[in-house]
Write a protein that binds this ligand. Structure first.
Ligand SMILES: Cc1cc2nc3c(=O)[nH]c(=O)nc-3n(C[C@H](O)[C@H](O)[C@H](O)COP(=O)(O)OP(=O)(O)OC[C@H]3O[C@@H](n4cnc5c(N)ncnc54)[C@H](O)[C@@H]3O)c2cc1C
Length: 272
């Protein structure tokens, strides 16, 4: 297997154009698992870890730009006040080793319905920056993920960064798993009171916004048990879960109603 390791972003884009079948890799925490199980046998790997700028983040004009190679550990340590929802979700990912290697760009690249970074990105109104030797473009994350493990990334494109509006209100994330750590979500839920958006994870073919729950929330000026319960019902109704080894569809709907109620209560209290 060929191992391509361009030292600069320009060379990475040129290499991508010349080798469209090469599989990009950063932390490898998804890629190496796929290769170990022989689910993927790429002719070449395109390792991006030498491209320094991919592992930087910056804040500008109310947005935070997170390079595709920024790890969960750094999101937790450095972005907790700008992007609390993403930081909370990052804390639930894998183990310290996985959080050190795994990246936000890799979670987007895999586009698993269970990817934990995705619900906060959807709820926060993130945009994904893509680049090729032809130029670059920004795509709303809702359009970037087109289906289970599918994205709109072109054959000659790479993920450069993800842009998130700086939090303008409380953000929350909660996840249910079959144990407390190192676990793929049975279901998860992100809420952003600043944008008024929500997102359900691991209970549909892709992350799902709960539009009716968002419209209901926009009409509320106080939080009662009834409001929280109704919000939970509307979130559960927006899910499209299946029965699988991690849980049944019915359990996922029930758990989502509980996660929605809880996250709304925490976020509302935080807003004061
Ligand atoms: C033990 C274990 C536990 C885990 N626990 C969790 C968990 O709790 N929650 C969770 O969400 N995930 C979990 N994962 C999955 C994984 O860690 C995450 O999806 C992580 O974000 C992947 O990042 P990475 O940098 O390792 O990606 P890689 O494996 O390097 O790449 C993943 C995908 O993205 C593509 N890609 C990477 N960078 C780019 C780029 N710049 N441009 C274009 N494509 C790119 C790759 O081609 C590949 O398709 C776990 C994995 C393991 C092995």
């Amino acid at each position: 297997m060929e191992f391509l390791q361009p030292p600069t972003w320009r060379e990475a884009l040129e290499t991508r154009a010349a080798h469209p079948d090469a599989l990009p890799i950063w932390g490898g925490t998804d890629v190496m698992v796929e290769m170990n199980f022989a689910r993927k046998r790429p002719e070449a790997l395109l390792d991006l870890t030498r491209v320094d700028e991919l592992s930087r983040w910056s804040a500008q004009d109310g947005w935070v730009r997170i390079g595709a190679g920024v790890s969960y550990t750094r999101v937790i340590a450095e972005l907790g006040s700008e992007l609390p929802g993403l930081a909370i979700a990052s804390r639930t990912v894998g183990s310290p080793q996985i959080r050190n290697r795994g990246t936000i760009g890799g979670n987007l690249g895999s586009a698993s319905p269970a990817g934990d970074a995705l619900p906060p990105l959807f709820a926060g109104g993130a945009e994904v920056e893509l680049a090729s030797a032809r130029g670059s473009r920004r795509v709303p994350v809702d359009d970037f993920v087109t289906g289970p493990k599918r994205t709109c990334l072109g054959a000659d494109e790479l993920i450069t960064a993800v842009w998130m509006p700086r939090a303008s209100g409380p953000q929350q994330f909660a996840k249910v798993g079959t144990r407390n750590a190192m676990v793929i979500a049975v279901c998860s839920f992100a809420l952003d009171l600043g944008t008024g958006r929500t997102c359900i994870g691991s209970a549909g073919p892709r992350p799902l916004r709960a539009h009716d729950a968002e419209a209901f929330l926009a009409q509320q000026d106080s939080l009662s048990d009834d409001v929280a319960a109704r919000f939970g019902e509307l979130v559960a109704a927006a899910a499209s879960p299946i029965d699988d080894v991690r849980g049944t569809a019915a359990y996922r709907r029930h758990a989502l109603s509980v996660l929605a109620r809880r996250t709304l209560t925490w976020a509302w209290k935080e807003r004061g």
